[in-house]
Design a protein around this ligand. Structure first.
Ligand code: PLP
Length: 460
């Protein structure tokens, strides 16, 4: 035992090769073709500091994906570390079933404070997918508990290429065929509408009227079928997993108006866009929209712990009051986890203390300027950007906008090139995706865009 310890301490490469072997022997990675994975040495991240990650060999990387869109203020942030340690000194977890806890109470109050006006109740869960699952179930039960009951309102409208998570309900309102097609037999049917993919839209965006004309089909569906529709599910402002598809101005507020007009609930999935990612606390703030249900997760704890919440209005909450049968029968073992809530409270404190939103808006303008020259490259078709999220779409032909065949894995090739230069990013098909932590400095942002530009150039 003693010898083992000594070996680990003095010879880190020995232990890293063991880890590498054991990872391939025991771990099944998400969204990963394991046959391919087993053939390569895995990247094993051992620690982080600010926006940098360090692997077991001591190599340093810029965290260009915010560890898949969760990290906001960098790794090992003192306020977050301290808050969790402090909470750990009291208790790590106690249940919200039949009991309450200080961190979950304080966090709910804070969330209501910063959320779009009118959202007054907080229901906790663990992940983005469960936050969406909760919203769907709340919507269905809400309509059943109207007087008279509106039991026919049980389907949802969703956008093509939407992504809301990988549980069965959230997959049903998702449209990422590549991920979900296998599970079709499990999924309930929904009404799908085209995504507002301006780059590949036949309408001419120079005319302002075209900007929201892509919502005419929604009005059509709602006017004909609103009696069967429980809600419209959207990712406001940016459809992230779809390839950072940004929505035209006015799009979100028109959806809100249509939902109100036809008495259908609006479910906003802000799992990716929430907590400053788009330059406002929530993407809905850009168009002063209050959804009926708001789902948050990823950035909620600053990227530290799995915690999610579904926020809703007093009106929806009140529909669940009364007889025992009206109870919302949903919960998870770790609902309202105290460590997670403590981290989330610290996260919100940092927003105030460090004026994070002001910084993001400044960096967002810089990012837009830095990305501009990239659009000139022969393989870059479109550069899309909102706050601290950006997508660079690669095409074989700039004129015809013809995409690369997915089998060529162009996005992946750019990412491999970037990793060689010390930047970790995760592409989506032909779209190179940049989602750096909100605290990224000007110098770091320049470095990130330089590496991506180099990566794209290599493939031209
Ligand atoms: C990531 C994501 C989810 C799923 O969140 P998980 O925590 O991975 O379950 C849902 N919706 C959107 C918009 C996301 O980006």
């Amino acid at each position: 035992m003693k010898q083992f310890k000594k070996k680990q301490k003095n010879n880190p490469s020995a232990s890293s090769s063991t880890l590498s072997k054991w990872d391939r022997k025991y771990v099944w990675h998400p969204f990963t073709q394991m046959q391919e994975w087993e053939q390569e040495a895995p990247l094993i991240i051992e620690r982080g500091d600010g926006i940098y990650l360090y692997d077991v060999h001591g190599n340093k990387y810029l965290d260009g994906s915010s560890s898949i869109w969760v990290n906001l203020h960098g790794h090992r942030h003192r306020t977050l570390d301290t808050a969790i340690q402090h909470q750990l000194g009291k208790i790590a977890h106690s249940t919200l079933l039949g009991a309450a806890s200080p961190p979950s109470i304080l966090l709910a109050k804070e969330l209501v404070n910063i959320a779009p006006k009118g959202l007054t109740r907080v229901f906790y869960s663990d992940d983005g997918a469960t936050a969406v699952e909760v919203a769907l179930k709340m919507a269905i039960q809400y309509w059943q508990q109207q007087s008279p009951p509106q039991k026919k309102k049980k389907t949802f409208v969703r956008l093509d290429a939407a992504y809301h998570g990988d549980t069965v309900g959230s997959m049903s309102v998702g449209g990422t065929a590549r991920f979900h097609e296998r599970f079709r037999p499990l999924l309930f049917s929904t009404i799908a509408l085209d995504a507002p993919y301006c780059y590949r839209c036949p309408l001419d965006l120079r005319f302002p009227s075209c900007r929201t004309a892509c919502l005419d089909p929604l009005e059509d569906v709602l006017s004909k079928r609103h009696e069967q529709i429980a809600g419209v599910v959207i990712e406001p402002m940016v459809q992230a997993v779809a390839g950072m598809i940004t929505q035209p101005p006015g799009y979100l507020s028109r959806i809100r108006a249509l939902c109100s007009k036809y008495n259908v609930l609006l479910i906003a999935d802000e799992v990716a866009t929430g907590f400053g990612r788009t330059g406002r606390m929530f993407a809905c703030n850009h168009e002063r929209v209050t959804p009926d249900l708001l789902c948050v997760a990823k950035g909620l704890t600053g990227g530290y712990l799995p915690l999610a919440a579904t926020l809703t209005t007093e009106c929806i909450y009140e529909a669940f009051l009364g007889e025992p049968e009206k109870t919302f029968f949903h919960g998870h073992s770790y609902t309202g986890n105290a460590l997670g809530c403590a981290a989330a409270l610290a996260n919100l404190e940092i927003f105030k203390k460090e004026k994070t939103l002001v910084h993001v808006r400044k960096q967002s303008r810089l990012l837009q300027a830095l990305l501009k020259p990239l659009a000139e490259l022969p393989i870059v078709g479109d550069v899309r950007h909102c706050g601290m999220m950006a997508g660079i779409e690669l095409v074989t032909n700039k004129e015809t906008r013809k995409p690369f065949p997915l089998a060529e894995r162009m996005g992946h090739k750019v990412a491999v090139e970037c990793r060689r230069h010390g930047l970790l990013i995760r592409p989506i098909g032909n779209v190179v995706v940049l989602v750096p932590p909100l605290t990224t400095t000007e110098q770091e942002l320049r470095k990130i865009v330089n590496i991506v530009t180099k990566g794209c150039r290599t493939l031209c």
